[in-house]
Design a protein around this ligand. Sequence first.
Ligand code: PEP
Ligand code: MN
Length: 381
Amino acid sequence: MMIYFLSEEAPFRDAISRSSASYVMVNIYGRRVALAWPDEMAPRPVKGGTFMSIRRPYVLSSRDFKPDDTVVDVGGVSVGPGKLTVAAGPCSVEDGDELLELGVSLRRAGADMLRGGAFKPRTSPYSFLGLGEEGLRALARAREELGLPVVSEVLDAASLPLYKDIDLMQVGTRNAQNFPLLQALGDLNKPVLLKRGMSNTVEEWLAASEYVLSRGNGSVVLCERGIRAPGTPTRFSLDVGAIPKVRRLSHLPICADPSHSAGDRDLVEPLALAAVAAGANMLLVEVHPHPETALSDGDQQITPDAFALMMKKARALWELVNRTEVKERDELEGRVRNRLRKDVGGGRTGRAGPVELVAGKEGGGISFSPRGRGHRAIARA
Ligand code: PEP
Ligand code: MN
Protein backbone atom coordinates (compact mmCIF):
# COMPACT_ATOMS: atom_id res chain seq x y z
CA MET A 1 0.00 0.00 0.00
CA MET A 2 1.32 3.41 -0.96
CA ILE A 3 0.12 6.51 0.78
CA TYR A 4 0.74 9.92 -0.77
CA PHE A 5 0.72 13.31 0.91
CA LEU A 6 0.11 15.67 -1.96
CA SER A 7 0.45 19.39 -2.20
CA GLU A 8 -0.74 19.19 -5.82
CA GLU A 9 -3.19 16.59 -7.07
CA ALA A 10 -2.91 16.93 -10.83
CA PRO A 11 0.50 15.22 -11.27
CA PHE A 12 -0.64 12.31 -9.09
CA ARG A 13 -3.90 11.90 -11.00
CA ASP A 14 -1.98 11.93 -14.23
CA ALA A 15 0.53 9.31 -13.00
CA ILE A 16 -2.12 7.05 -11.48
CA SER A 17 -4.28 7.15 -14.59
CA ARG A 18 -1.32 5.81 -16.56
CA SER A 19 -0.75 3.00 -14.05
CA SER A 20 -2.86 -0.10 -13.37
CA ALA A 21 -3.02 0.54 -9.63
CA SER A 22 -6.26 0.90 -7.67
CA TYR A 23 -6.53 4.09 -5.66
CA VAL A 24 -8.71 6.20 -3.44
CA MET A 25 -8.47 9.84 -2.32
CA VAL A 26 -9.42 10.35 1.33
CA ASN A 27 -10.09 13.43 3.45
CA ILE A 28 -9.38 12.37 7.01
CA TYR A 29 -8.24 14.08 10.23
CA GLY A 30 -7.93 17.35 8.36
CA ARG A 31 -5.62 15.93 5.71
CA ARG A 32 -6.12 14.89 2.14
CA VAL A 33 -4.21 11.78 1.16
CA ALA A 34 -4.22 9.28 -1.66
CA LEU A 35 -3.89 5.54 -1.16
CA ALA A 36 -2.81 3.29 -4.03
CA TRP A 37 -2.20 -0.44 -4.30
CA PRO A 38 -0.55 -2.79 -5.06
CA ASP A 39 2.80 -1.14 -4.38
CA GLU A 40 4.38 -2.62 -7.46
CA MET A 41 1.93 -0.83 -9.75
CA ALA A 42 1.56 2.43 -7.81
CA PRO A 43 3.42 5.45 -9.17
CA ARG A 44 6.72 6.20 -7.49
CA PRO A 45 7.40 9.78 -6.31
CA VAL A 46 5.15 12.19 -8.06
CA LYS A 47 5.76 15.88 -8.44
CA GLY A 48 4.48 17.93 -5.52
CA GLY A 49 4.20 15.23 -2.91
CA THR A 50 5.80 12.67 -0.63
CA PHE A 51 4.86 9.03 -0.26
CA MET A 52 5.17 6.15 2.15
CA SER A 53 4.94 2.43 1.55
CA ILE A 54 3.25 0.44 4.30
CA ARG A 55 3.30 -3.33 4.04
CA ARG A 56 0.60 -4.22 6.48
CA PRO A 57 -3.17 -4.38 6.00
CA TYR A 58 -3.97 -1.23 7.98
CA VAL A 59 -2.67 2.25 7.31
CA LEU A 60 -5.01 5.07 8.33
CA SER A 61 -5.66 3.53 11.75
CA SER A 62 -1.94 3.19 12.48
CA ARG A 63 0.28 5.48 14.48
CA ASP A 64 2.64 5.69 11.50
CA PHE A 65 -0.05 7.72 9.77
CA LYS A 66 -1.30 9.61 12.83
CA PRO A 67 0.95 9.51 15.92
CA ASP A 68 -1.37 11.43 18.26
CA ASP A 69 -4.41 9.85 19.93
CA THR A 70 -7.75 10.37 18.24
CA VAL A 71 -10.61 11.71 20.33
CA VAL A 72 -14.02 10.66 19.04
CA ASP A 73 -16.94 12.95 19.78
CA VAL A 74 -20.20 11.10 20.46
CA GLY A 75 -23.03 13.60 20.73
CA GLY A 76 -20.87 15.96 22.82
CA VAL A 77 -19.24 13.21 24.92
CA SER A 78 -15.60 12.56 24.09
CA VAL A 79 -13.98 9.13 23.90
CA GLY A 80 -10.21 9.04 24.08
CA PRO A 81 -7.35 9.86 26.41
CA GLY A 82 -7.91 12.09 29.43
CA LYS A 83 -11.06 10.44 30.73
CA LEU A 84 -12.94 7.18 31.13
CA THR A 85 -16.20 7.18 29.17
CA VAL A 86 -18.88 4.69 30.16
CA ALA A 87 -21.89 3.52 28.16
CA ALA A 88 -24.41 1.39 30.05
CA GLY A 89 -27.88 -0.01 29.52
CA PRO A 90 -29.78 -3.17 28.77
CA CYS A 91 -28.69 -5.80 26.29
CA SER A 92 -32.04 -5.31 24.50
CA VAL A 93 -34.48 -2.44 24.80
CA GLU A 94 -37.60 -4.18 26.13
CA ASP A 95 -39.86 -1.32 27.16
CA GLY A 96 -39.63 2.46 26.68
CA ASP A 97 -40.67 3.48 30.20
CA GLU A 98 -38.40 0.92 31.81
CA LEU A 99 -35.49 2.17 29.69
CA LEU A 100 -36.11 5.73 30.81
CA GLU A 101 -36.28 4.78 34.47
CA LEU A 102 -33.11 2.73 34.16
CA GLY A 103 -31.41 5.61 32.32
CA VAL A 104 -32.11 7.93 35.27
CA SER A 105 -30.28 5.62 37.69
CA LEU A 106 -27.43 5.00 35.23
CA ARG A 107 -26.93 8.73 34.75
CA ARG A 108 -26.97 9.22 38.52
CA ALA A 109 -24.29 6.52 38.84
CA GLY A 110 -22.13 8.40 36.33
CA ALA A 111 -22.85 6.77 32.95
CA ASP A 112 -21.97 9.06 30.02
CA MET A 113 -24.07 7.24 27.41
CA LEU A 114 -27.04 4.89 27.27
CA ARG A 115 -26.77 1.61 25.36
CA GLY A 116 -29.58 -0.66 24.17
CA GLY A 117 -30.06 -3.17 21.38
CA ALA A 118 -33.10 -2.68 19.13
CA PHE A 119 -32.19 -5.03 16.27
CA LYS A 120 -30.54 -8.02 17.94
CA PRO A 121 -28.20 -10.46 16.17
CA ARG A 122 -29.17 -13.59 18.11
CA THR A 123 -27.45 -16.91 17.56
CA SER A 124 -30.83 -18.63 17.11
CA PRO A 125 -33.60 -17.00 15.05
CA TYR A 126 -36.08 -18.32 17.64
CA SER A 127 -34.66 -16.06 20.39
CA PHE A 128 -35.96 -12.53 21.08
CA LEU A 129 -34.74 -10.48 18.10
CA GLY A 130 -35.39 -7.05 19.62
CA LEU A 131 -38.16 -4.47 19.32
CA GLY A 132 -36.72 -3.14 16.06
CA GLU A 133 -37.88 0.37 15.14
CA GLU A 134 -39.89 0.65 18.34
CA GLY A 135 -36.66 0.05 20.27
CA LEU A 136 -34.89 2.81 18.34
CA ARG A 137 -37.78 5.19 19.09
CA ALA A 138 -37.50 4.34 22.80
CA LEU A 139 -33.77 5.16 22.67
CA ALA A 140 -34.49 8.46 20.88
CA ARG A 141 -36.97 9.40 23.61
CA ALA A 142 -34.53 8.47 26.39
CA ARG A 143 -31.80 10.50 24.67
CA GLU A 144 -34.10 13.51 24.54
CA GLU A 145 -35.33 13.22 28.12
CA LEU A 146 -32.05 12.23 29.77
CA GLY A 147 -29.68 14.31 27.66
CA LEU A 148 -27.40 11.28 27.18
CA PRO A 149 -26.05 10.15 23.80
CA VAL A 150 -27.28 6.68 22.82
CA VAL A 151 -25.54 3.68 21.27
CA SER A 152 -27.22 0.84 19.42
CA GLU A 153 -26.16 -1.98 17.14
CA VAL A 154 -26.83 -1.82 13.42
CA LEU A 155 -27.14 -5.08 11.50
CA ASP A 156 -27.22 -4.01 7.87
CA ALA A 157 -26.64 -1.04 5.61
CA ALA A 158 -30.28 -0.89 4.50
CA SER A 159 -31.39 0.01 8.06
CA LEU A 160 -29.02 2.96 8.47
CA PRO A 161 -31.69 5.64 7.83
CA LEU A 162 -33.61 4.30 10.86
CA TYR A 163 -30.66 5.25 13.10
CA LYS A 164 -30.97 9.03 12.65
CA ASP A 165 -31.36 9.62 16.42
CA ILE A 166 -28.62 7.17 17.44
CA ASP A 167 -25.31 8.83 18.30
CA LEU A 168 -22.92 5.86 18.21
CA MET A 169 -23.37 3.10 15.64
CA GLN A 170 -22.36 -0.24 17.11
CA VAL A 171 -21.04 -2.97 14.84
CA GLY A 172 -21.30 -6.26 16.70
CA THR A 173 -18.83 -9.09 16.74
CA ARG A 174 -20.89 -11.05 14.22
CA ASN A 175 -20.67 -8.19 11.71
CA ALA A 176 -17.09 -7.19 12.47
CA GLN A 177 -16.03 -8.21 8.97
CA ASN A 178 -19.21 -7.29 7.12
CA PHE A 179 -17.30 -5.09 4.72
CA PRO A 180 -20.25 -3.55 2.81
CA LEU A 181 -21.77 -2.50 6.18
CA LEU A 182 -18.46 -1.01 7.29
CA GLN A 183 -18.15 0.90 4.00
CA ALA A 184 -21.69 2.24 4.35
CA LEU A 185 -20.80 3.44 7.87
CA GLY A 186 -17.67 5.01 6.41
CA ASP A 187 -19.92 7.10 4.15
CA LEU A 188 -22.07 8.17 7.09
CA ASN A 189 -21.08 11.12 9.20
CA LYS A 190 -21.50 9.33 12.55
CA PRO A 191 -19.13 7.70 15.03
CA VAL A 192 -18.79 3.93 14.91
CA LEU A 193 -18.12 1.48 17.75
CA LEU A 194 -16.38 -1.43 16.04
CA LYS A 195 -16.37 -4.62 18.07
CA ARG A 196 -13.64 -7.15 17.51
CA GLY A 197 -14.74 -10.25 15.63
CA MET A 198 -14.80 -13.13 18.11
CA SER A 199 -12.05 -14.95 16.21
CA ASN A 200 -10.24 -11.97 14.75
CA THR A 201 -6.62 -11.12 15.30
CA VAL A 202 -5.74 -7.56 16.23
CA GLU A 203 -4.43 -7.07 12.70
CA GLU A 204 -7.73 -8.24 11.15
CA TRP A 205 -9.65 -5.94 13.49
CA LEU A 206 -7.56 -2.91 12.53
CA ALA A 207 -7.90 -3.86 8.85
CA ALA A 208 -11.69 -3.92 9.33
CA SER A 209 -11.53 -0.38 10.74
CA GLU A 210 -9.86 0.70 7.48
CA TYR A 211 -13.12 0.00 5.63
CA VAL A 212 -14.65 2.87 7.63
CA LEU A 213 -11.61 5.17 7.69
CA SER A 214 -10.82 4.84 3.99
CA ARG A 215 -14.26 6.32 3.19
CA GLY A 216 -13.30 9.42 5.19
CA ASN A 217 -15.01 8.64 8.51
CA GLY A 218 -12.27 8.87 11.15
CA SER A 219 -14.62 8.58 14.15
CA VAL A 220 -14.06 4.95 15.08
CA VAL A 221 -13.87 3.52 18.60
CA LEU A 222 -12.52 -0.05 18.73
CA CYS A 223 -14.20 -2.41 21.21
CA GLU A 224 -12.56 -5.50 22.71
CA ARG A 225 -15.42 -7.83 23.69
CA GLY A 226 -13.66 -11.14 24.15
CA ILE A 227 -12.54 -13.81 21.72
CA ARG A 228 -13.09 -17.54 21.45
CA ALA A 229 -10.42 -19.39 23.36
CA PRO A 230 -10.35 -23.10 24.20
CA GLY A 231 -11.02 -24.00 27.81
CA THR A 232 -11.89 -20.49 28.90
CA PRO A 233 -14.03 -20.29 32.05
CA THR A 234 -15.83 -17.24 30.65
CA ARG A 235 -18.28 -16.89 27.75
CA PHE A 236 -15.56 -15.26 25.64
CA SER A 237 -12.02 -14.56 26.75
CA LEU A 238 -11.44 -10.83 27.31
CA ASP A 239 -8.14 -10.24 25.56
CA VAL A 240 -6.77 -7.77 28.09
CA GLY A 241 -3.38 -7.68 26.39
CA ALA A 242 -4.99 -6.52 23.16
CA ILE A 243 -5.88 -3.22 24.86
CA PRO A 244 -2.32 -1.86 25.32
CA LYS A 245 -1.30 -3.56 22.08
CA VAL A 246 -3.96 -1.71 20.11
CA ARG A 247 -3.12 1.54 21.87
CA ARG A 248 0.46 1.11 20.74
CA LEU A 249 -0.37 0.23 17.14
CA SER A 250 -3.31 2.57 16.62
CA HIS A 251 -4.36 6.12 17.48
CA LEU A 252 -8.04 5.09 17.71
CA PRO A 253 -9.65 5.01 21.18
CA ILE A 254 -10.42 1.62 22.66
CA CYS A 255 -13.46 0.45 24.57
CA ALA A 256 -13.85 -2.80 26.51
CA ASP A 257 -17.05 -4.81 26.92
CA PRO A 258 -16.75 -6.85 30.13
CA SER A 259 -20.36 -8.12 29.85
CA HIS A 260 -20.19 -10.24 26.71
CA SER A 261 -16.74 -11.52 27.63
CA ALA A 262 -17.87 -12.50 31.13
CA GLY A 263 -21.24 -14.07 30.36
CA ASP A 264 -21.70 -14.11 34.14
CA ARG A 265 -22.68 -11.07 36.19
CA ASP A 266 -20.25 -11.82 39.02
CA LEU A 267 -17.32 -11.52 36.61
CA VAL A 268 -18.33 -8.22 35.01
CA GLU A 269 -16.79 -5.90 37.59
CA PRO A 270 -13.37 -7.64 37.77
CA LEU A 271 -13.13 -7.69 33.96
CA ALA A 272 -14.16 -4.04 33.74
CA LEU A 273 -11.44 -3.12 36.25
CA ALA A 274 -8.86 -5.24 34.40
CA ALA A 275 -9.71 -3.37 31.20
CA VAL A 276 -9.37 0.02 32.91
CA ALA A 277 -6.02 -1.02 34.37
CA ALA A 278 -4.91 -2.12 30.89
CA GLY A 279 -5.68 1.34 29.46
CA ALA A 280 -9.22 1.18 28.06
CA ASN A 281 -10.67 4.59 27.20
CA MET A 282 -14.26 3.42 27.44
CA LEU A 283 -16.45 0.68 28.92
CA LEU A 284 -19.67 -0.75 27.47
CA VAL A 285 -21.65 -2.46 30.22
CA GLU A 286 -24.98 -4.28 30.21
CA VAL A 287 -27.30 -3.26 33.05
CA HIS A 288 -30.89 -4.39 33.58
CA PRO A 289 -33.32 -3.53 36.39
CA HIS A 290 -34.35 -7.22 36.68
CA PRO A 291 -31.67 -9.34 35.02
CA GLU A 292 -33.42 -12.58 35.95
CA THR A 293 -36.32 -11.78 33.62
CA ALA A 294 -34.30 -10.11 30.83
CA LEU A 295 -35.22 -11.20 27.30
CA SER A 296 -31.56 -11.56 26.30
CA ASP A 297 -28.23 -12.07 28.09
CA GLY A 298 -29.86 -12.25 31.54
CA ASP A 299 -26.90 -14.10 33.06
CA GLN A 300 -24.45 -11.30 32.42
CA GLN A 301 -26.52 -8.18 33.04
CA ILE A 302 -25.80 -6.45 36.33
CA THR A 303 -28.25 -4.46 38.43
CA PRO A 304 -28.17 -0.66 38.67
CA ASP A 305 -26.81 -0.95 42.23
CA ALA A 306 -23.98 -3.23 41.15
CA PHE A 307 -23.27 -0.79 38.31
CA ALA A 308 -23.07 2.16 40.72
CA LEU A 309 -20.51 0.30 42.83
CA MET A 310 -18.53 -0.78 39.78
CA MET A 311 -18.44 2.83 38.57
CA LYS A 312 -16.95 4.07 41.84
CA LYS A 313 -14.16 1.52 41.61
CA ALA A 314 -13.59 2.00 37.88
CA ARG A 315 -13.33 5.80 38.19
CA ALA A 316 -10.98 5.52 41.19
CA LEU A 317 -8.81 2.99 39.36
CA TRP A 318 -8.75 5.12 36.23
CA GLU A 319 -7.47 8.04 38.31
CA LEU A 320 -4.80 5.85 39.84
CA VAL A 321 -3.61 4.51 36.50
CA ASN A 322 -3.88 7.68 34.47
CA ARG A 323 -3.26 10.57 36.79
CA THR A 324 -0.29 9.29 38.75
CA GLU A 325 2.97 10.83 37.72
CA VAL A 326 1.46 12.17 34.55
CA LYS A 327 4.70 13.71 33.39
CA GLU A 328 6.76 10.53 33.77
CA ARG A 329 4.03 8.50 32.11
CA ASP A 330 3.90 10.82 29.09
CA GLU A 331 7.64 10.66 28.72
CA LEU A 332 7.56 6.90 28.91
CA GLU A 333 4.76 6.65 26.37
CA GLY A 334 6.83 8.83 24.06
CA ARG A 335 9.77 6.48 24.45
CA VAL A 336 7.59 3.43 23.80
CA ARG A 337 6.30 4.97 20.61
CA ASN A 338 9.77 5.89 19.44
CA ARG A 339 10.90 2.36 20.06
CA LEU A 340 7.95 1.03 18.08
CA ARG A 341 8.98 3.21 15.14
CA LYS A 342 12.51 1.88 15.32
CA ASP A 343 11.20 -1.67 15.51
CA VAL A 344 8.97 -1.35 12.49
CA GLY A 345 11.77 0.30 10.58
CA GLY A 346 13.98 -2.67 11.32
CA GLY A 347 16.53 -0.40 13.01
CA ARG A 348 16.74 -1.98 16.42
CA THR A 349 16.45 -5.62 15.55
CA GLY A 350 17.92 -5.50 12.08
CA ARG A 351 14.85 -7.34 10.80
CA ALA A 352 13.14 -6.16 7.66
CA GLY A 353 10.33 -3.75 8.47
CA PRO A 354 7.61 -2.08 6.45
CA VAL A 355 8.97 1.44 6.14
CA GLU A 356 12.30 3.15 5.82
CA LEU A 357 12.99 6.83 5.49
CA VAL A 358 14.77 7.72 2.28
CA ALA A 359 15.31 10.98 0.48
CA GLY A 360 12.71 11.42 -2.24
CA LYS A 361 14.20 11.72 -5.71
CA GLU A 362 11.68 12.72 -8.32
CA GLY A 363 9.24 14.20 -5.83
CA GLY A 364 11.75 16.22 -3.86
CA GLY A 365 11.83 16.31 -0.07
CA ILE A 366 11.51 13.27 2.14
CA SER A 367 9.66 10.12 1.11
CA PHE A 368 9.23 6.69 2.55
CA SER A 369 9.98 3.54 0.65
CA PRO A 370 9.65 -0.16 1.35
CA ARG A 371 12.47 -1.90 3.06
CA GLY A 372 11.47 -5.51 3.55
CA ARG A 373 9.15 -7.57 1.42
CA GLY A 374 8.19 -10.24 3.94
CA HIS A 375 4.66 -9.72 5.17
CA ARG A 376 5.36 -11.90 8.20
CA ALA A 377 8.21 -9.80 9.44
CA ILE A 378 5.89 -6.84 9.33
CA ALA A 379 3.09 -8.60 11.14
CA ARG A 380 5.55 -9.26 13.97
CA ALA A 381 6.16 -5.55 14.39
C1 PEP B 1 -24.26 -6.36 22.27
O1 PEP B 1 -23.45 -5.51 22.68
O2 PEP B 1 -25.46 -6.30 22.51
C2 PEP B 1 -23.76 -7.52 21.50
C3 PEP B 1 -24.60 -8.31 20.81
O3 PEP B 1 -22.45 -7.69 21.58
P1 PEP B 1 -21.44 -8.62 20.73
O4 PEP B 1 -21.57 -8.21 19.31
O5 PEP B 1 -20.12 -8.28 21.33
O6 PEP B 1 -21.84 -10.04 21.00
MN1 MN C 1 -26.02 -8.67 25.07
